[in-house]
Design a protein around this ligand. Sequence first.
Ligand code: IVH
Length: 723
Amino acid sequence: MYTKEEERELQQLTDRLLKLVEGKGKEFFSSLSKEKARELAEDLRKVIRYHDYKYYVQASPVISDYQYDKLFHALKELEEAHPDLITPDSPTQRISPAFTGEFKKVKHYAEMTSLDNTYSPEDLREWDRKVRELLNQSEVEYIVEPKFDGASVELVYENDLFVRGATRGDGIYGEDITVNLKTIRSIPLKAPFSKCGIELISVRGEVIMPKSVFKKLNEEREREGLTPFANPRNAAAGTIRLKNPAEVAKRGLDCYVYQVLYSKPKELCRDIKTQKEALTLLSDCGFKTPPIQKVCRGIEEVIETVLAAQEERESWDFEADGMVIKVNDICAWEKLGETLHHPRWAVAYKFPAKQAVTKLIDVVWQVGRTGALTPVAILEPVEVGGVVVSRATLFNPDFIKSKDIKIGDYVIVERAGETIPYIVGPVVERRTGEEKPIEVPKNCPVCGAPIVKELDEAVPRCPNINCPAQLKEHLIYWGKVLDIKGLGEATASQLLKKGLVKSIADLYYLSKIDLLKLPGWGAKKAQNLLEQIEKSKGAPFYKKLTALGIRHVGEKTAQLLAKRFKNIRELIEADFTTLSSIAGIGPITATSIKNFFKAKQNVEMINRLEEAGFKFERSSEEEMERELPKPLEGQRVVFTGELKHFTRKEAQRLVELLGANPTNSVTKKTSFVVVGENPGSKFQKAQKLGVKMLNEEEFVELLKKYSDLNPEVKEALKEKGLL
Ligand code: IVH
């Protein structure tokens, strides 16, 4: 892609640009002449594109993340100051804010067929025999690539620009997921195909989730109580169809490109006669191509290659379910043609499935750090793809029910890449009638608290915040929400290990002598923590409610609760109907709150906290704020675009003080939308729905009108010089 000479120049340019943008802000970029700004934008894009390539395609970055961020940030500010200079292939355009969430159906430039499968060296020899016969050759040259297990996509480049990307769909029509594919950094937004005379090209590749990324994502999902993905393929396929490009961008997807589907002019480039050369062209144009692309003379060398790959594949960071063998000579492809569904010039060799059958002896329930109970199958030990497995996950009770799995069943166990082994399903034919149903326990296996089920979740949970399985997580969260400096992960671990804290309430009974028992703690550190803990007693009521970590009760919901109930007793006694009738609180949250207080362990802890002087009631400031008139009571307000005078947060706070409810999406129920500069898709939505809109001036007028009613609003306007 880049010659040594070009790399050297790009590195020099990087250094120059880093120096140039150092410490520069918006004013600097605005002050540039159009010409200078254009030149700088082009230079920044050139180097960012280069560093993207080094990082995402070659995995060998040459600058630090910090330096990269500086360049990226500079380009963003420059483009903000000169929006007319933004180009569709600018690295800043990877996340499209204006996406409305519908994928169009599109026709592929050529059919995306699938491959025929083979499962043994014998099958491969048989396939080779047919190929040789059809080509009338005694030996054929093949190329062997991994068979990536992800989601197949078509990428279209017109005049070097990435203009469209689609899912495979039924092979003829797919869904246009360009907005999501643009967020994948190994897919170039610009690729120099025109250098070899190509005007338009459609290439095929596979979007995958690296095994390492997949492992982290699933850990995170489990922590959040979401069902983990079964394997990296499902994770990749699910992610590229998300209706939120910003979320896709966070998921760490990658893309390997392995085939030219179509090009204009049709004869690619006179030099490209083989698949190997096609891959080289793709690689030269900045794509990530298969890390194995071995040219083999004859089928025996192919067999050696695929068997070696089968041994090595555990060490790859991508999941492969086999290898693809293609005839290397592209001219031969036409001669060989296709059957109804598959080309004759390529075939897949599938690795033996990493599956085995064994007996499910028992099910134990594991309590996660958020209280989620996960059923774990205890198995008669069995070898699955070279590893002895005696435990496997059953995900959640819904999974058990849908697969009708019973204790005593023979079950199919599968292991995919880095995933923990899981049960695919029972072998119903081997049932004896002795099998027993799997029951969800009534009480937490760790602390004994009665198990609850939230309305929206498949997982049962232990609601006890002081359950030993969960206490550490809750302690850290408590420290974070109530701003107790020094109560982080390390301290939480130490307190638990020494047995000083068995419940959150114990924090408020700690003495200096206790803390001095902790390794590495001196008088000063102990004193500081005690002071911080003491200070937290003065936190507002809503913060204290937030700190309880009740599911679905974040800061915003806690504010609603603190407005409605003056202390925790009233909240504990509130019934489901009262709770769910509060605007902004639905049945899911209401159930979750009821579940929390149903656990007597939680109520006991609250009693002990209150005895220690940690009162769950409105502070005098909160009372005062409540008494103030609320002229915008019940109104739903949405902000879009940038405001000159306020940050988004400030503006939201101001309307909140006046009683309104700031929300993020425009619906028919929205009372009005405040439109700043460069508004996003919310503006169009508001127009479509005919929702009332205010510009910044009108918004300021509205605030001024009510400023006498609320001292904080008045103060804020004065501070901004608006009053
Ligand atoms: S070539 C018609 N090469 O495997 C030939 N396919 O049924 C086009 N796949 O979903 C496919 N890695 O998306 C080819 N190196 C590779 C591949 C590959 C994965 C996928 C393909 C399709 C399935 C084959």
